[in-house]
Design a binder for this molecule. Structure first.
Ligand code: UTP
Length: 410
């Protein structure tokens, strides 16, 4: 059945979004139906939040949270690794690849994982990640379930690419795809753009919805029936990261924490990474733009900067703790973004600079909802090579150099 035109108009009037029906009369029957369905499905109540951006993510009282540093990890390496391998071999660890983002900064239309970082051969980002996971598969002598989150915009391309490449040697029976949800994207006044005459502009709703989407897809059932107790969530763009790293898994288990977070020592007090800390006594992450000068300059008892460890989007979540979290609300982030839109004359424009907002939940906000977190230091030159841009900081260039440094043939 779906929403009628009258009902759609009523909803749009309530949120001041009538402009999305501008081309309704020009549309065919099917397109009209699709547009009405999209209007029905879209949560418009969140859009007005773009007018109160500064109030959205209020921080509590920030205090330091000590990380487990490299020296301590080295001392306990064998013991942590043995605990981690035991859990992996018992099938208790799964991996979740967050690949639903748009990768706009990289500027390629294809999913980021399809980017070729090879020089003398083809070497795709997805391939780097799978190679890294394969190291652990070989070490443990068993396959690890890999859940891949995509969005409406890149699901097909991602799945067919991985299938065409036979999952780069991974066992396809252990690879599972699920889709995250989309949210409307607006101009700076909070008005939803159109990306086609019969289609609202949308953007994936952020990486923080991964657990809810996993559940909606039905895959959480598989997680449970397989006895997976730990989910290692990781970003698509860090080509050096270790996935299901036995030492990290073992350390988090031995410390009895609800989540482990891989962190790197910051290379400058103002480096643009989210910093691990306590907020009102609970684990949390302060984004670099919220890190005040005072916090930046605070020292711990050893004289080191007290907020010195940045997260790299590689977290090990204890699954049962996530289920308790679901009911509670995650904060909404309103982020400036380049959003393709139809101009006054109905022509599609792909802007070169941000022209509006996308609305997102972020995985880092999940940390604050958990009781305990182990920040686990990793060496940045060996485990942190994120690809956000084409050149410069966190780029294809810098990642290629780091891959080569680590002996990967490009
Ligand atoms: P980024 O913060 O780099 O965002 O994502 P992005 O959208 O991919 O890239 P830009 O900002 O447009 O250049 C960090 C990780 O979270 C995933 C990304 O795929 C990446 O692995 N992500 C991001 C999602 O899975 N879904 C989202 O909605 C957003």
């Amino acid at each position: 059945m779906g929403m009628t035109l009258e009902q759609a108009k009523e909803k749009l009037a309530k949120y001041g979004q009538e402009q999305v029906l501008k081309y309704y009369e020009e549309l065919g029957e099917e397109q009209r139906r699709a547009l009405l369905d999209q209007i029905e499905a879209t949560d418009m109540s969140i859009l007005e939040k773009c007018r109160h951006r500064e109030e959205l993510v209020k921080k509590g009282v920030i205090t330091p949270l000590a990380a487990m540093e490299l020296s301590e990890i080295r001392e306990n390496f064998d013991s942590f690794t043995a605990t981690g391998l035991e859990a992996i071999r018992a099938g208790k660890v799964g991996a979740v690849l967050l690949a639903g983002g748009m990768g706009t900064r990289l500027g390629s239309d294809a999913p980021k994982g399809m980017y070729n970082v090879g020089i003398t051969r083809e070497l795709y980002i997805f391939q780097c990640l799978i190679n890294n996971l394969m190291d652990v598969v070989k070490q443990a002598g068993c396959w690890i379930h890999l859940f891949v989150m995509t969005s409406d915009k890149n699901r097909e391309a991602t799945e067919s690419f991985l299938r065409e490449h036979a999952f780069f040697g991974y066992n396809g029976e252990y690879v599972h795809f699920f889709k995250q949800e989309m949210a409307a994207a607006t101009d700076y006044e909070g008005k939803i753009y159109l990306e086609e005459k019969g289609k609202l502009s949308t953007s994936p709703n952020g990486n923080g919805g991964w657990f809810i989407s996993l559940q909606k897809s039905g895959l959480l059932e598989l997680v449970k029936s397989q006895g997976i107790q730990w989910l290692n969530v990781f970003a698509v763009d860090n080509v050096l990261q270790r996935i299901a790293d036995p030492c990290f898994v073992g350390a988090t288990i031995q410390k009895g924490c609800a989540v482990g977070a891989k962190v790197v020592r910051k290379n400058a007090p103002d480096e643009k990474v989210g910093v691990i800390c306590l907020e009102d006594g609970r684990p949390s992450i302060v984004e670099y733009y919220d890190l005040t000068k005072e916090l930046m300059e605070t020292r711990d008892e050893k004289g080191d900067p007290a907020y010195n460890f940045g997260v790299i989007l590689n977290y090990l979540f204890r699954e049962e703790d996530l289920e308790h979290m679901m009911a509670s609300n995650m904060p909404l982030h309103v982020v400036e973004k380049k959003i393709p839109y139809l101009d006054q004359d109905g022509n599609l424009v792909k802007p070169d600079a941000p022209n509006g907002y996308k609305f997102e939940n972020l995985v880092l906000d999940m940390i604050h909802q958990l009781d305990s977190c182990l920040p686990f230091e990793v060496e940045r030159s060996r485990e942190f090579a994120p690809i956000k841009n084409k050149t410069g900081i966190d780029s294809v260039e810098s990642a290629k150099a780091l891959l080569q440094k680590n002996g990967v043939i490009l």
